[in-house]
Design a protein around this ligand. Structure first.
Ligand SMILES: [Fe+2]
Ligand SMILES: [Fe+2]
Length: 199
């Protein structure tokens, strides 16, 4: 099944993704993506990054939420991705890589910084670029109706006033500390990102 058959390309990526999520009935996802875009814009202003590219990454980052988790590995392969063992165990981790592939292949997004920000917005990674950190942090502190566990938000928000790296570290360290209790699968990128930022 082509979960992105309804994604029309008009040349305006923000409008295309917005219409796609509306047509798919993903009201909560769209509200979250818009909230992330606002947070990303605020962080871009604070840290002298590109506001437009930050907004674009925010609006688009969760468009692959339309793919059921049970289908994510197959859909990833259709888009030329090779899910690693951790992603095969926890297919939810593939929604960022799939979204980046869709943006590139179906909507013609060529900006590698935007694509990497979307690809790594769930796990981050060692060596994350500034736009990656902006989207990663914005995603964690913005409204998310699908995320019932929000214990980390105040600490990440507070850290984001001082530095993007510090805010990312607070979230990554929280995830690593609580993953077992929450039943969350840790991707190696999470550990590598936290270890790099701890230095
Ligand atoms: Fe996401
Ligand atoms: Fe998100």
């Amino acid at each position: 099944m082509d979960y992105f058959a309804g994604l029309a390309r008009t040349g305006n990526v923000v409008d295309d993704v917005t219409r796609f999520l509306e047509a798919a009935g993903r009201v909560d996802t769209l509200a979250h993506c818009r909230a992330v875009a606002v947070q990303a814009e605020e962080l871009a202003v604070r840290y002298q990054a590109d506001v437009g590219r930050s907004r674009l990454a925010g609006v688009c980052h969760d468009l692959a939420a339309v793919v059921p988790r049970g289908e994510a590995v197959a859909v990833a392969r259709v888009f030329g991705l090779t899910p690693d063992p951790v992603e095969r165990t926890a297919p939810v981790l593939l929604h960022g890589p799939i979204a980046a592939a869709v943006l590139h292949r179906k909507l013609g997004v060529m900006d590698s910084d935007v694509l990497d920000a979307v690809k790594y917005h769930t796990t981050s990674r060692a060596g994350a670029a500034p736009l990656e950190l902006i989207l990663f942090v914005a995603d964690k502190i913005a409204l998310d109706p699908a995320a019932p566990i929000r214990d980390f938000v105040p600490a990440v928000r507070a850290a984001a006033k001082e530095s993007l790296q510090g805010a990312a570290f607070v979230y990554l360290d929280w995830v690593i500390t609580h993953a077992g209790r929450l039943g969350w699968t840790l991707h190696p990128n999470v550990l590598a990102a936290r270890d790099e930022l701890r230095c």
